[in-house]
Design a protein around this ligand. Structure first.
Ligand SMILES: *Cc1c(COP(=O)(O)O)cnc(C)c1O
Length: 470
């Protein structure tokens, strides 16, 4: 063993550190980190050689390994990627992408002090909600609004303010679970409110709500069935049907709209989704919705509705724990401002642009990428340009799909193992990871979210897939 150690000859640390190629590494990562990584590289090299393995221990090889090690250790675990899943608002991939106006506003908010809670007119302390209040009142028709961390927080805060220790009536058909452990019954419990379920899973009548009301009732609540649809023999009490009962019993009605949209999507050729304004006009006393779903803004939750109820919500000490930071407000404000030009919205609001992108555009892109993709993958796979269907995602219009086009990759007949799994992993390992979807023995890459501006970058990394055969 000792003899073997003597036989391993490695460049000395001080010599490597003095090499010109090491200078930029020290400049970028600092001396301490570079020296530490260098010792690690040498130790692993020594280990390999002692075990009789082959390794290049030349100075350039050691420095190249050092550079790679430092780069890997300093790469953020949060990476940008190509979302070719076909789900535009993908919760696990960060939901809405924001337009450049919002990006610029966030950059400014990061670099500069801001009048976050400072009224520049009076020179006195202000309220952060007022930065987006005017836009939201105009866009929703509500009397008052407040913004919190996400829609889950909005629902929690609303229930905790309006119904602590009291009952909230919800139809059994609307006891939604959103992925990631947001369940209406559980949120209700955590908010300190008591859920009173009424009706049946498929049918709830107005009489069920009426019979459920008692002295402990604080609120009637409707929840958007964001990720499912109940079809067949069904009956749902609509908001306009429910409101007269609530008024008669002097109870407020709250609606958790989930995604919530500020515009009539039908005007943009998309399926209709109830807007926040329609919900307010339909008689809801409070509406809660997300900022990063169809709205196309940053993660946040918006509560809109009656002035007195919003004022009570803002006074709840939990509001302080759930409020949004300046980066969120910086991003949200310019996004809301875009809505004042509805005719330009489909071009300017990234989410809407992606959702309304014509299948023709994806078709042309698929035709262009099919050959280089096939070349990169070789004979083990076949690549075809085929129609696919995209989804909006994040609980908006769960049953509606949007016609799109993409690349369909299949394993060549007779290929063994799990070739699609291998390819999926290779795509994830690219410098800008590519995320697709495997279904029906096919790896689908929906091109809806690959905009022209990034198509070249996408194509540029395809050659790195060479040799991806199973
Ligand atoms: C998405 C959704 C939520 C949760 O919203 P987040 O912004 O993700 O917290 C709550 N309720 C409904 C109906 C939803 O669709």
């Amino acid at each position: 063993m000792t003899g073997a150690v003597r036989n391993v000859r490695l460049p000395a640390v001080h010599a490597l550190l003095a090499a010109p190629a090491c200078e930029p590494l020290v400049a970028e990562y600092g001396r301490e980190q570079t020296v530490g990584a260098l010792r690690d590289v040498l130790a692993s090299l020594r280990g390999t050689l002692l075990e009789g393995g082959a390794a290049d221990a030349s100075e350039p090889a050691v420095l190249a390994a050092l550079a790679a090690r430092l780069a890997a250790a300093n790469r953020s675990p949060l990476r940008r990627l190509f979302n070719l899943t076909g789900t535009v608002l993908h919760t696990n991939l960060g939901r809405a992408l924001l337009p450049d106006v919002a990006v610029q506003a966030v950059a400014d908010a990061l670099r500069w002090p801001m009048n976050l809670e400072w009224d520049l007119e009076t020179g006195k302390r202000g309220d952060r909600d007022s930065l987006v209040e005017e836009h939201l009142l105009k866009l929703t028709g509500a009397e008052a609004v407040t913004v919190v961390n996400n829609n889950a927080a909005a629902v929690l805060l609303m229930l905790n303010t309006l119904a602590p220790g009291r009952e909230v009536i919800v139809s059994r058909g609307e006891l939604v679970e959103i992925g990631g452990a947001f369940r209406i019954p559980d949120v209700m419990t955590r908010a300190g409110a008591l859920l009173r379920e009424v009706g049946a899973t498929n049918r709830t009548h107005l009489k069920d709500y009426a019979d459920g009301i008692n002295g402990a009732t604080a609120l009637l609540m409707k929840v958007h069935c964001s990720n499912y649809a109940i079809t067949g023999f069904t009956k749902e009490v609509t908001l306009p049907e429910l409101v007269p009962l609530a008024r008669e019993r002097n109870l407020p009605v709250a609606v958790d709209l989930g995604s919530g949209t500020l515009v009539d999507l039908e005007k943009y050729g998309l399926p209709h989704e109830t807007t926040v304004r329609e919900t307010i006009e339909g008689g809801a006393d409070l509406v809660t919705f997300s900022g990063d779903k169809l709205l196309g803004g940053p993660q946040c939750g918006i509560i809109a509705g009656r002035r007195d109820l919003v004022a009570a919500i803002k006074k709840n000490p939990l509001k302080r724990a759930l409020r949004v930071g300046k980066l969120t407000l910086a991003a949200l404000e310019p996004v809301l401002a875009l809505y004042h030009a509805p005719d330009l919205l489909a071009e300017r609001l990234t989410t809407l642009r992606l959702l309304t992108r014509p299948a023709q555009a994806m078709r042309a892109l698929a035709a262009r990428l099919q050959v280089p993709f096939q070349e990169a993958l070789g004979d083990s796979y076949t690549v075809a340009a085929e129609p696919v269907t995209s989804q909006i995602g994040s609980g908006a219009l769960p049953v509606d799909v949007l016609p799109s086009f993409g690349l369909a990759v299949r394993a060549a007949p007779g290929t063994r193992g799990n070739p699609l799994g291998v390819l999926e992993r290779r795509l994830r390992g690219l410098p800008v990871p590519v995320i697709g979807r495997i279904a029906d023995d096919t790896l689908w890459l929906d091109l809806r979210c690959l905009e022209e501006a990034h198509a070249e970058e996408f194509a540029g990394q395809l050659p790195l897939l060479k040799g991806a055969a199973a």
